[in-house]
Design a protein around this ligand. Sequence first.
Ligand SMILES: Nc1ncnc2c1ncn2[C@@H]1O[C@H](COP(=O)(O)OP(=O)(O)O)[C@@H](O)[C@H]1O
Ligand SMILES: [Mg+2]
Length: 269
Amino acid sequence: MTSTFMEQPQVGLAPVVDIEQLSVKFSSKRGEVTALDNVDLTIPKGEFLSIAGPSGCGKSTLLKVVAGLTQASSGTAKLRDTIVEGPRRDIGYVFQRAALLEWRNVRGNILIQAEMRGMDKAKAANRADMLIAMTGLSGFENAMPHELSGGMQQRVSLCRALLHEPDVLLMDEPFGALDALTRERMNIELHRIWRETGTTVILVTHSVAEAVFLANRVVVMSPRPGRILETINVPLGNDRDYGDTMEHPEFVRIAARVRDLLGATHASD
Ligand SMILES: Nc1ncnc2c1ncn2[C@@H]1O[C@H](COP(=O)(O)OP(=O)(O)O)[C@@H](O)[C@H]1O
Ligand SMILES: [Mg+2]
């Protein structure tokens, strides 16, 4: 394949994630909670999909089902044609908090992924160096987590999630704890990394701007029980400049639509 293919992931190829009629119910002392209700979602290879929705609508639950960390009550989630039945290691997962090991430096925190998977040491070390450079962490390889800003910590956790070259990356409000400017920079960085790697990304976010800027499609969910209210295409191409995109009439129109849908739920947060 030419490098053009890498730079412009071709959305529309075989689905990598295929969710059919998915419902998830939790039972607790207070009774039964329906977190997800009949969700259908097909995500083609290389797509960047954003999910927005009010708190408690089942966004994290959806990612956890795809990762095999939470069981479906009915319906199925398929990852590359196999039904997810237990924890899947062939994915990358980035959580809201970077969750770094305080006693390990940047490199050590990234390489924990390799140790857990028994990856070839030399290969993992090379890949860690490449990711460190790619995410602008060069020079901080030996820094400890407490010496890093929130944005840098989240970069480390992104490197860790990408170390084993997952072709599916699940991100659960990864930039929620960052200040606005750092978040903007991380958005630009993530967009570039997505284009360079061709990874399929599912991003859960509360930020409408972030959701629309990054995505090929934005899924807006209803309050609990979570259902898909609307799926909106973002026809802005994959070569996006942050400032220009924010002012693009299509961006403005789509962001307003997402806000309307979220506002209509009377549970904005
Ligand atoms: N393990 C669990 N046990 C019981 N209830 C849960 C569990 N996980 C999530 N829930 C409930 O399911 C609903 C959806 O949760 P979640 O997926 O975390 O929402 P979101 O990520 O959109 O904020 C919430 O009401 C939450 O309290
Ligand atoms: Mg959540």
